[in-house]
Each structure stands twice: as C-alpha cells, then as structure tokens.
Unconditional design. Structure first.
Lengths: 555, 137
C-alpha cells in the first residue's frame, strides 16, 4: 500500500491545504479570512505542479491500470480548479461581510460559511483526483463519493440566506435543488455500488486489473460481472449527467449560483468520466506496445456494456441538445448543453483506443475533450457569474438579459462568444480539435451511425449557441438591460478572460496536449492477462461404480 | 451475448446453493409472523391507564416528546461522534498492531498511519473550536 504514496502527493498537498483553509476561514480577523481563497489557489497550484511531476514510469511499475491517467487527470483537475477558484470569489458571505463592515453585525463564526465552502471545494476536487489514481473498486467508490458529497452542500451554500440580505425565493430554490441533488445522487450511488458489488461477486476481486482479466474474451463468460459492469456504468452516468440520470441537471444548476454551477458542471463530471474510462479499460479496452493486443486488434467491450453505452450516448446527445434549444433561461441552456457534451465524450469511450494514435484513440479523445469542455464551459458560466441585476444583486435569468451584452461590456461579450463558438466546435478554437478527435476515433472504430448522430447533434447545437451569440452581439441593448451590471469581484472577470484565452491559446498547443492525452490513455504494461479459467478447478467427474471401486481398493 | 443467452445462463446457475438462505428466510418470517398472530389469538388483552404508563422505574411522562431541544445537544452529539468513530477504528488497529514484529518496518508504518488518523480528528476539533461549538454561554 505504501508504494502508492509517491503517486498521491497532489492529494496529500490538497488535504493539508484543506485543513489550513478550514481553520483559516473561521478567523475573526478579516485579513486572515480574505487569505482563504488565496490559500485555496496556492494549494491547487502546488497540487498541479506535483501532478505534472507524477512519474508515469513508476506508476506502471507498480501495476496501475492506466499509469498516464494519474498525472494527466490530476493536472487537468488542478488547472480547471485554479480557474474555478478565481470564479467562486465572493460566492459566500457577501451580504454577511457587508453587514459586519457596516457595523450591523459582529463576526460570529457559526454564521460564516467561507471556511466550509472552500474546504468543500478542495475536498471535492481532491475526490476527483483520487478517482484518477484508483485501481480498485472500493477506492473508486470512496473517491466518487468524496467528489459528490461536498457538492450537495455547496449548492445550498452558494445562495445567501434572507437573514444576510439574500433573496428568499432564490434561497429556497437552492435548498430544493440541493435536496433533489442529494437524493438523486444517493440513488445513483446505490446503483453503481450495487454494480460494484456484482462485479466483485462475479469476478472475486475488487482490483480493476483482475476484473479485466475475468472479463477478457479469453475467459469464460461471466454474466454476473457483466450485469455489474452495466449497472456501474449506468450509476456513474449520474455523475456525468448522462441520460438516464440527467433529470436533476437543469434544476440543480439553476438553483445554485453561477460559479457553483460551473463547479458542478466540471468536478463530478470529470470524476465520472475518469471512472467510466477506468471501468471500460478494465473491461475490454486496451492495447500494449508489445504488439500483443487484447481481444483481437483493438480490444472489445462486453457486448452488453457496448449496447448500453451506445444507447446512453445517443440519448444523452439528443436529449441535451433538443432540450437546450427549448429553454429560455440561460443557465438551463448551459445545463442541457453540458448534458450534450457528456454524450459526445461517451462516443470516445465507445470508440475505444484503436491503434493508439490520436486520430484513432477514442479514450485519448475523451480525455482531451474533458480538458476542452472544462475550459470552455467554465468561460460561459463565468460570464453569467460576472453579471448581476443592479436592483437586488440577483443573477441573470433569461436569455433576454444578455441582449446587447457585447455593446455594454465588450470583454465579457467576447468571452461569451468565444466560449460558445468553441462549444459549438468552430474550427480554429479548442472545441473543434476536441470534437475532431471524437469524430475520427468513431469513424476508425467503424461506428458510423454514432458518428452521424454526433454530427447531427452538433448541427442542432448550432441553433441555440448561435441564438446566444446573436443575442450578445447582433441585438441592441434595451432599457431592460440597463439594470444589468458587472459584479464587484475582479477575479471572476479574470477567470472569464483566462478561459477565453485558453480556448484560443490551448488550440495552438493542441498537438502537445493531444500527445499527453494519448499517453494518458495508454494501458499499463503491468496489466497482464491472467484468464481466470486457468485457475478454475474442473468439476470432478461423476462417480461411477469403477471409480468408487478404485477408491475402495486404495483404502 | 444476447438477452436469451443471458437469461439461460442465469437459469443454469446453481440455484440449489441458495437453499440454506431460503430456509433461514422462511424460518425468520414464520417466527415473526407466527408470534404476532399467536399473541393476538391466545394472549389476554387488558388495557388501562396505569398499564399504559412508563414501565416500573421509568419517569412519568410530561408533555409530548416532540419538543424543541436546544441545538447544543445536537452539536455535542456530533462532536462526540468524531470520538466515537475514531474509537471504532482504534480497536481493530490495536488488535492488529500487537501482532506485528516489535520495532519492524511495518510497526512504524502502522503507527504512522494511526497517528495520521488521529491528526485528522485534531483538525476536526480545531475546526469545531473555531466554529464556537464549545462556547456554552
């Protein structure tokens, strides 16, 4: 167990940072409280540096299922986490701190939420990081729950209560969203935990590597394990907000404030996608440099899992895009578009690793798209987080509130347009390169119907993304838009501009990123096929009179 | 594997191995239901004000149990829970620790692990302290 410690350095840094934040955020001194966000950012920076320096060679030496994914996943989470920490500034305690400054309240630690909020923020990101270093079902389950449990509370924390000047209607909606999220999350967790239990029951091991051996085509068919695999995939689809577990998404994102909605759209989804990649790799996907391929050329998922993923991908893409098109609230549009993006990523998982080159490697394309999605989706939410109604500091509601945004606030307008265009997949931007990988891997895997539906969905997506873009740049702002003003948190604007910059600049470095995602998608050399059938004891031949007589003679 | 094969594979799995579980389930259900039914049928039914009261040395009830309690009771209960769960983990640890070789590499490792675990409890208490859980005024 200790040989794993060098791989967990980012998580250890995150844990120490969380403990610091937890105590620092409750300090009676305002200056110390203001440090909380900075310490959170510093922790993420340190974790990111440690993650980049994770030794892939060492990880494959100790037999991790996907050695490259450990460093890549954690670096990705730390990078987007850094943008998120800029974005969540001022989410909690805004009204309360103002009351203290105005002398209408004295500081009372039991009413302040800052420490808990940032601690939960780090805990959740730490859970997602732990998913990347998982090689065991129990580890995976705990990591997934560590990712999700803090987010349930963050939803309700993100709106101010009416006692500190918050809008009571928004607050009760946040409470409703939080409870809804929690119960559906518990349902999802129950389903994939049952799946994990069946996987263990069917294969006799919680290690992903050994489960992979039991599910390999050369082993005997293992119905219970396959049912377990399918249930795990369906249960984890809650985390990535894929159909059939997508129902909470729009309500929860709308109930939470925009920065926390951006957090929800990234962190649990990343953890879920990494889990799905690990499960799919364990259950079939894999290629090795030795030329010894698993299950023929490219490896095969068990057919049942393949069909379920296929249905999920198509339903998720279509439901997400069609529903997004029908919404009038900006956050609901973005929520449904995030569902659609989950569907796109599932296409990569279905396509599988191919021959390992980026054009054919669906797993690498999925991981690469996760990075693209994290950056561009955050930008769109960041624009919403940067704006508020001047009358009651409430968030923007309808698409109409964005009318003429480009004229009033050109910087935010550009950020929004760039991010929307990238999510749409327009050529020079990051989103295009992400989608390109998904398309080519799908085609090379011979999944033409899937690719055609992916293309059709990109066309449907154009309707609502272009509607948003036209609203921001082509329409003139009216009197109703006069009440929209920027929020007094500069870091949120920095987050928005950084993610728009990322959408352009990362596209330039797409080649290097593609190479590293390709490395991340590589299956560890330590994963040797050990068909369990070899160990299986053949059932004894039925006793015949001769054999009984033979035994008697020996006696 | 298509649906039909799946169903047949399930049907062919060794159902007989689950027979003991079935027997236990039946016994449990029979015992529970049988007792309730038997009590209803043959037990005498006498009720009264005295009989409905708290048993023997119990306190006489005053008012309803659905009363508002001070929130501190809950806070104390939660702080206690931290210790409680910690002790639950300490027992199996202590039991295994005595089996390890004295002064060996494993012993130091196991000690380090439990010390780290205790440290997390300290963090929880530090947090509770700053949050004002222990302020009883």
């Amino acid at each position: 167990m200790t040989e794993r410690l060098p791989l967990l350095l980012p998580e250890i840094a995150m844990f120490i940072g969380t403990c610091l934040v937890l105590v620092l955020g409750l300090s009676p001194s305002l200056a110390a409280r203001k440090m909380t966000g900075i310490v959170t950012g510093g922790t993420l920076l340190l974790a990111g540096i440690l993650a980049v320096n994770t030794s892939t060679g060492y990880a494959s030496q100790i037999g991790m299922p996907m050695p490259g994914l450990i460093g890549f996943g954690k670096a990705l989470i730390a990078l987007v986490g850094l943008l998120l920490v800029l974005l969540v500034a001022g989410t909690v305690d805004r009204g309360y701190e103002r009351m203290i400054l105005a002398g209408r309240a004295t500081y009372n630690a039991s009413r302040a939420l800052r420490a808990e909020f940032y601690a939960f923020f780090l805990f959740s990101l730490m859970g997602a990081m732990l998913c990347a270093s998982a090689d065991d079902l129990i580890w995976l389950f705990l990591a997934l729950e560590l990712t999700s449990l803090p987010t349930y509370v963050m939803v309700v924390m993100s709106r101010a209560g009416s006692d500190v000047g918050g809008d009571s209607k928004a607050w009760s909606r946040a409470q409703e969203a939080s409870v809804k999220y929690f119960f559906l999350g518990a349902l999802g967790a129950a389903i994939f935990l049952y799946g994990f239990a069946l996987l263990y029951g069917g294969t006799g091991s919680t290690k992903l590597v050994e489960i992979g051996a039991a599910l390999s085509p050369s082993a005997e068919p293992n119905t219970i394990a396959i049912i377990g695999l399918v249930m795990s995939l369906v249960g984890v689809s809650f985390k990535i907000a894929a159909v059939p577990m997508h129902f909470y998404t729009a309500d929860v994102y709308e109930g939470a404030s925009a920065p926390v909605a951006a957090f929800l759209a990234f962190t649990p989804k990343t953890a879920g996608i990494i889990t799905m990649v690990l499960l799919a790799t364990a259950a079939g996907w894999g290629y090795r440099d030795t030329g010894l391929m698993i299950g023929g050329d490219r490896g095969t998922l068990p057919p049942a899992a393949d069909v379920v993923l296929w249905i999920m991908a198509i339903a998720t893409m279509t439901v997400g895009n069609v529903m997004a098109w029908m919404q009038t609230s900006v956050k609901r549009v973005l929520a449904y578009s995030s569902i659609a993006h989950s569907g796109y990523m599932l296409v990569g998982i279905i396509a599988g690793p191919g021959n390992g080159s980026f054009e054919q490697n669906g797993i690498a394309a999925t991981l690469f798209y996760l990075l693209c999605y994290g950056v561009m989706n955050l930008g769109a939410f960041a624009v919403l987080a940067c704006l508020e109604n001047s009358s009651d500091e409430s968030e923007l509601q309808t698409v109409d509130d964005l009318r003429g945004l480009g004229r009033r606030h050109p910087a935010l307008g550009w950020v929004f347009v760039l991010c929307c265009m990238s999510m749409l997949g327009l050529p020079p931007l990051l989103g295009f390169i992400g989608k390109f990988g998904l398309f080519t891997s799908g085609i090379s895997a011979g999944r033409l119907p899937l690719v055609v539906i992916l293309g059709l969905n990109s066309a449907i997506a154009a309707f609502y993304y272009l509607k948003l873009v036209a609203m921001v740049w082509l329409e003139e702002p009216g009197d109703a838009q006069d009440r929209v003003r920027p929020v007094p948190f500069g870091t949120r604007r920095i987050a928005a501009i950084l993610s728009a910059t990322g959408v352009v600049v990362l596209a330039v470095f797409a080649n290097q990123l593609a190479v590293s995602s390709q490395e991340a998608a590589r299956r560890g050399p330590g994963v040797m096929l050990k068909p369990r059938s070899a160990e299986r004891v053949e059932p004894a031949a039925p006793a015949t009179p001769e054999s009984v007589a033979a035994v008697d003679r020996v006696r | 594997m298509d649906g039909l094969t799946l169903v047949t594979t399930l049907a062919q799995s060794n159902i007989a191995a689950y027979l003991p579980i079935m027997v236990i389930l039946t016994m449990a259900l029979t015992f529970a239901i049988g007792n309730i039914v038997a009590t209803k049928l043959i037990g005498p039914s006498r009720t009264g004000e005295i009989k409905g009261q708290a048993y023997e040395s119990g306190m006489n009830p005053i008012g309803t149990a659905r009363k508002r309690f001070n929130v501190r009771f809950f806070l104390i209960a939660m702080v206690f829970l931290v210790f409680d769960v910690e002790v639950v983990f300490l027992y199996p640890w202590a039991d295994t620790f005595t089996d390890l070789a004295t002064g060996g590499k494993d012993a130091a490792l196991w000690l380090g692990r439990i010390l780290f675990f205790l440290l997390t409890t300290v963090v929880a208490y530090l947090y509770g302290f700053r949050k004002g859980v222990f302020r009883f005024d």
